[in-house]
Design a protein around this ligand. Structure first.
Ligand code: SF4
Ligand code: SF4
Length: 465
């Protein structure tokens, strides 16, 4: 009896699990081709970008710095302080809708072309693995063979190389949160001086090592939320990696079919052997497909050998494969795009209205005091001033209501650093209040530019009796 090819997958279970539900470790074979060449160039550029971004300075500040302790985000020269929840929400929501639009148009394109997981595994970890253990076939044999000295040495070398790279990635990752200068200082000093950061970096190293070195496609298949989302946003017009059954079927070896009646698929399983998630794309679009294009190159190589045109596996859509014309932009994609643009517009509006100088009046614990035998009410506030840019301010505060006197310890109030707190007193006659309170507008004037830089509403309170 003819034995079943190991790459002829059981349709009843995931390619990465055996009949007992245990994980089947994959050894995707290397591939050459036009798509691989394009991806390799892009992957190197992205690796360069991901690893150098924290070291780049723009206007004397890191290009990207996420300072969680101070709730600051520095993005290409501009620092956003006390990032407001509404801005954060609009930023995240617009990003999600852009991704939804991209996915509805081009499937899981992010996963195959730009996700750090794919980029680092394909261009670094798999290369190191091949360096230490040889080709995919040799790696498979090594993994299933006995624990010889050769196996121990090769595994040790592989995990040593993986650890060095993971340490480097984890330190760069830390650089996004502490900045390059602090990163250098921390890296040079003993771990005991920065124990928390040291533990965090070592934890990140361990996570990267385990994920990129061992967990790999399992993350894409079972853990990645983006992978789950794609089935909701994609439709028959989405451009995905597809096998053309009209051209390929009946494939070679189909019972009862003569060679002359076969389609172009010779059932070589090369598309399965190279797949990093171990699937057979000939079974249609699957959640596990990360759109890496490896199977396109593998199949095109076979087609070239058979003197047949490439593209048995190609970028296509369900509608195209069923003979219809693919709509490049569907209502669904247009709605995602429009929503994303609206959210970006709202983000820009809020950002602009927030300005680079932020003022928050915080009422003191005692809301008001009565002085001068009841003729004056005093409201005391702490004014928190924070600025996102690098410029200095020299501020004067004005209130339009003539009966309100505003006092600050220094006039004008200079703001040269990122944050400043100033005590502000409002003194006014009780008659100003209506029903125990009164809204007033505080105008903030900058002497250095001779311009009004902000207006803030403040509610004054007091006793009406
Ligand atoms: S089916 Fe093809 S494109 Fe999808 S993950 Fe496998 S090799 Fe990559
Ligand atoms: S690589 Fe092409 S010819 Fe070979 S099995 Fe896959 S689809 Fe068929």
């Amino acid at each position: 009896m003819k034995s079943k090819n190991v790459f002829d997958l059981d349709p009843e279970r995931l390619a990465t699990t055996d009949e007992h539900g245990h994980r089947v470790y994959l050894f995707p074979e290397d591939v050459r081709g036009a798509w691989k060449a394009r991806r390799t160039v892009l992957y190197w550029l992205l690796i360069l970008f991901y690893l150098t971004l924290p070291w780049i300075y723009v206007g004397g500040r890191p290009a990207l710095l996420i300072d969680l302790g101070r709730a600051e985000l520095t993005f290409f020269g501009t620092t956003f302080r006390g990032v407001e929840p509404v801005l954060l929400f609009l930023f995240v929501a617009s990003g999600l809708f852009f991704i939804a639009c991209l996915t509805s148009l081009y499937g899981r394109v992010w996963c195959g072309w730009a996700c750090p997981q794919t980029v680092f595994i394909q261009n670094i970890f798999l290369r190191l693995e091949a360096l230490a253990e040889g080709s995919a076939r040799k790696r498979r044999e090594l993994a299933s063979g006995p624990w010889t000295a050769n196996r121990v040495l090769r595994k040790a070398l592989k995990w040593f190389l993986f650890t060095v790279v993971s340490l480097h990635i984890a330190h760069t990752f830390l650089g996004y949160f502490v900045g390059p200068r602090e990163l250098l200082r921390i890296s040079m000093g003993p771990p005991s001086e920065n124990l928390t950061l040291f533990i965090l970096t070592m934890t990140a190293t361990a996570v990267i090592l385990l994920d990129f070195g061992w967990f790999r496609e399992q993350f894409c298949i079972i853990a990645c939320p983006y992978g789950r989302m794609q089935s909701v946003v994609m439709d028959e017009n989405s451009l995905v990696i597809s096998y053309d059954p009209k051209r390929g079927e009946p494939r070679r070896g189909t019972p009862g079919i003569l060679r002359s009646g076969e389609g172009d698929c010779i059932n070589c399983f090369n598309c399965v052997k190279v797949c990093p998630t171990g699937i057979d794309i000939r079974r249609g679009t699957q959640l596990e497909c990360i759109a890496c294009t490896q199977c396109i190159d593998a199949c095109d190589e076979i087609m070239a050998k058979l003197n047949k045109p490439p593209g048995l596996i190609r970028y296509s859509s369900e509608s195209e494969l069923s003979g219809k014309v693919r709509k490049p932009l569907t209502v669904r994609s247009a709605v995602y795009l429009a929503t994303a643009l609206l959210l970006v517009g709202a983000f820009a509006y809020f950002l602009r209205s927030t300005g680079d100088l932020q003022l928050i009046f915080l009422r003191n614990k005692v809301p008001f005091q009565i002085t001068e035998a009841g003729r004056t009410v005093v409201n005391q506030f702490t004014l928190k001033l924070s600025q996102q840019g690098a410029r200095a301010y020299s501020l004067r505060f004005r209130v339009r209501e003539g009966s309100v006197r505003l006092q600050t310890p220094t006039t004008p109030t200079s703001v040269t650093g990122p944050e400043k707190k100033v005590v502000v007193l409002f003194k006014f006659p009780p008659e100003l209040l209506i029903g125990g309170s009164r809204k007033i507008l505080v105008e903030v004037h900058d002497d250095l530019t001779d311009a009004v830089v902000a207006e803030k509403e403040v509610v004054l309170v007091g006793n009406t009796h």
